[in-house]
Design a protein around this ligand. Structure first.
Ligand code: C5P
Length: 411
């Protein structure tokens, strides 16, 4: 519940502004106090009247407003809030905030405050992907601005891709998480991610094509539900999300040690693509051609199975252990057998045969395998898979599965 939380809501100019009306309604239902700020462009999409009627408060629009300055100056306006939410956050608002401009009420408020800021971007897919916007995104992230979305899908302009504003319920979840109030608040969750690198010699290694995208998305989704996330990652292409405890490792053996050090946790999700074998006779110095024409023979030793090790822990086993299974055929059959063999609770299985574009790609089509059977999810972006899986993990940890009632948190 957000009872008494003061939210300054900056509404930017985009077609998604209409969804913000629903967000205001939901925030107020939960007891939040919403102070709306409408940019000039925002007022082209929603009227001040509808915003103020739903917010039950006056809408602030102009930087130089004498009545407002007498009642509450813009400095006070931004500082009295517990959280500033920018939705939709347009490319223009992001650019102004990233470069510290103060040329209208919205940008001035963002500059005049040290209140945490959450942005829900919405724009055309080409704009979102433009290096300038991505640069501003990176700058804002390094200024500790939090983001929710954008989602992928069809946009008002007819194009398809990332750029749709997150749905009101997703923005609400991110607001609750910003207040440490999500369903997983006070819970500790461990996520492994990325490939491992197994050295051959000091300059060469054996790796795999895992990008770390699914693990990173999952860690972000669990964080957004309020969990404290320990993120143990191999050398991945996708950077780790903000706001999680990152432990970087190279090899499977290091990953196991880092996982053991991060436990106990209430749930552990093993999304890493761990090498099954390491080079047993890795050289201490760079291997050289000896002129004989003979290639060196590598010997392999089996790596520890981290998922199986944690699943079978006699003491301190997480209440929920989730593994992934990348298969190229008979997905359900192989993954169900893997669930039993490894001793984990759930397996998230996917078909990574060449041609699916899943390994290293942005989409995933998964089957969730549990004691109850196999549940096929439609093909969707890895972000959506992550949010859905995080939601299921939260349900499992917080809802009594026999009664369907919320459990009393022990945290
Ligand atoms: O046996 P397979 O590699 O297909 O199992 C995949 C699952 O097991 C993934 O969840 C992966 O993170 C985990 N795993 C592990 N340690 C290994 C091998 C796999 O944790 N050495």
């Amino acid at each position: 519940m957000l009872a008494g939380k003061k939210i300054l809501l900056i509404i930017g100019g985009g077609i998604a502004a209409y969804k913000v009306l629903d967000l205001i309604r939901r925030l107020r239902e939960r007891g939040a106090v919403v102070t709306p700020v409408l940019t000039r462009a925002g007022a082209e999409f929603v009227t001040p009247l509808s915003v103020s009627a739903l917010a039950g408060a006056r809408v602030h629009e102009a930087l130089f407003d004498l009545t407002a300055e007498a009642e509450m100056g813009h400095i006070q306006l931004s500082r009295s809030a517990d959280l500033i939410v920018v939705a939709p956050a347009t490319a223009d608002l992001m650019a102004k905030a990233a470069s510290g401009r103060a040329e209208d009420l919205a940008s001035t408020l963002l500059l005049a405050t040290d209140t945490p800021v959450l942005m829900a971007p919405a724009m055309n897919v080409r704009m979102w992907q433009h290096p300038a916007v991505q640069r501003n995104l990176a700058l804002l992230r390094s200024d500790a601005v939090r983001f929710v979305g954008p989602n992928e899908g069809e946009m008002a302009c007819g194009e398809v891709g990332p750029g749709r504003m997150a749905e009101p319920m997703e923005i609400l979840a991110a607001i609750e998480a910003a207040f440490g109030m999500g369903p997983l608040a006070g819970r500790h969750v461990l996520v492994t991610s990325g490939p491992t690198h197994e050295p051959i010699d000091p300059v060469r290694y054996i790796a795999n094509r895992s990008s770390g995208a699914q693990g990173a998305a999952l860690a972000a989704a669990l964080r957004d539900l309020g969990a404290r996330v320990s993120f143990v990652t191999g050398p991945a292409r996708v950077p780790p999300p903000e706001g999680v405890d990152v432990v970087r490792v190279e090899t499977a053996q290091q990953m196991l040690a880092a996982v053991e050090a991060a436990l106990p946790a209430e749930a552990a999700v093993f999304a890493a693509a761990v090498a099954d074998w390491r080079v047993a006779n890795a050289a201490g110095q760079k291997m050289k051609k000896d002129g004989s024409g003979h290639a060196p023979a590598l010997e392999f030793a089996e790596n520890p199975d981290i998922l199986a090790t944690v699943s079978r822990m006699a003491e301190g086993r997480p209440a929920l252990v989730v593994g992934f299974a990348a298969e190229t055929e008979k997905v359900v059959e192989h993954a169900s057998a893997k669930r039993l063999r490894k001793g984990c609770d759930w397996i998230v299985a996917n078909d990574v045969s060449p041609g699916t574009g899943i390994m290293g790609g942005t989409e995933n089509a998964v089957v969730l395998i549990s004691e109850q059977g196999a549940e096929h999810w439609p093909r969707m972006s890895k972000d959506v898979v992550a949010r859905r899986l995080a939601g299921r993990i939260a349900d499992q940890l917080t809802v009594d599965q026999s009664t369907g009632q919320p459990m009393i948190s022990t945290a």
